[in-house]
Ligand binder design. Structure first.
Ligand SMILES: *Cc1c(COP(=O)(O)O)cnc(C)c1O
Length: 371
């Protein structure tokens, strides 16, 4: 039976050729390709870009670069991948779980304001499914409190907010290029910022904090005489990963268009099913990373997921709230009713550029049959 995967990498001959060509050069580490990928991403965003080995390390390094550490608090939605939380706690800071809006699954300002304390040093909004948060109000609040904003833009590569690409404005934005994101470099991520200090700092931090090592690596050299003044990490991106990312970036317009078409098609086809509510997303301006619906409380989600899987359709639940995880449990003071309600009702349907319009119709028909 055919399996409709929830998400997957979409890899063609160009990606394979690019990787093989790096292998043939026998220079696998960070070098020319990494530099080129950064340059092309810089062009894409109109801002400086530093590539690293994962989206999670991009977030961690961005936090470290602005001096976030032990005792500091960072406001973050609870309804996110545990990567956002782990990146914060890796610095010694405390992730403060915030509630999300029922309409968008994004962090919202009223709840966030209630959780602000004198220890709050940053906000990490997550653009859930690729739909941008209300950044204007967030930036206004951050400015008033003199705190920083690090966007977890892992879902939002290519999405527009008021006509501008996520990452092309603002403070610091971090992207992920893991296997299933809007573009992939196998594993990878990047930090985008206008802040020169942040850019210079993360360039060092990703290479064990060896000062000014990046420029040498780009030239295929190493730094033999150097100093280190703080804790760094081995988080750089290899030429293999970058070569893959370069091809994916060149294919992005096509990927984006396809994701938008499939999102709209789901919306139209799900209209007639009473127990399924779609989220209002503006697919002309965002590149959806996941397609999530909300089920009526009468629906037994796990039973439905089992039935869909028996029809060869994988589904997911994005995400388990972080404030309910053992490691982060005691960081909660105020309740998070929307997060908990959404978690019990959300269902993620398959979305990736290799799906066909018939696949979407099949998924919807299977839901109709089993709900
Ligand atoms: C994928 C993802 C990350 C982390 O990216 P990796 O590259 O997998 O480390 C962070 N936050 C969110 C919301 C994600 O979906």
């Amino acid at each position: 039976m055919r399996l409709i995967r929830l998400s997957k990498s979409c890899i063609g001959d160009l990606e394979k050729e690019a990787v093989v060509s790096v292998l043939s050069k026998e220079f696998l580490g960070m070098g020319e390709e990494t530099k080129k990928f950064e340059d092309n991403l810089s062009e894409f965003f109109g801002k400086q870009v530093v590539c690293v080995n994962t989206g999670t390390s991009a977030l961690q390094l961005a936090l470290q670069a602005i001096g976030i550490g032990v005792g500091d608090e960072v406001l973050v939605p609870s309804l996110t991948y545990v990567a956002s939380f782990q990146a914060i706690s890796a610095t010694g800071a405390i992730p403060i779980p915030c509630d999300v809006s029922l309409d968008t699954c994004n962090i919202y300002i009223d709840d966030l304001e209630r959780r602000y304390t004198s220890k709050t040093k940053a906000i990490m909004p997550v653009h859930y499914s690729g739909d941008p948060c209300e950044l204007d109000s967030l930036f206004e609040f951050a400015k008033e409190k003199k705190i920083r904003i690090i966007e977890d833009a892992a879902h939002a590569f290519g999405s527009l907010y008021k006509g501008k690409k996520i990452g092309s404005f603002g403070d610091i934005a971090c992207f992920s290029f893991d296997g299933i994101k809007n573009i992939t470099s196998g594993e990878g991520g990047c930090i985008v910022s206008e802040d020169k200090n942040v850019i210079e700092k993360v360039k060092d931090l990703r290479l064990l904090a060896v000062q000014k090592d990046s420029e040498n690596r780009y030239l295929g050299k190493r730094t033999w005489d150097f100093d280190v003044i703080e804790q760094g990490w081995r988080y750089h991106m290899s030429n293999i990963n970058a070569s893959l990312g370069l091809v994916q970036l060149s294919r992005f317009a096509g990927f984006s268009k396809k994701r938008q078409i499939l999102g709209k098609l789901y919306d139209q086809n799900l209209l007639g099913i009473d127990q399924v509510t779609t989220f209002k997303r503006d697919y002309d301006n965002i590149t959806p990373h996941i397609y999530v619906v909300r089920l009526d409380k009468s629906v037994d989600r796990e039973r439905l997921r089992g039935k869909l899987l028996s029809d060869g359709i994988q589904t997911g639940v994005h995400y388990q709230p972080n404030h309910l995880l053992t490691y982060y449990m005691n960081q909660t003071t105020l309740p998070l009713p929307n997060t908990e309600l959404l978690h019990s009702q959300i269902l993620t349907l398959p979305l990736h550029p290799d799906l066909t319009e018939e696949d979407i119709v099949d998924v919807v028909n299977s839901i109709k049959k089993h709900i």
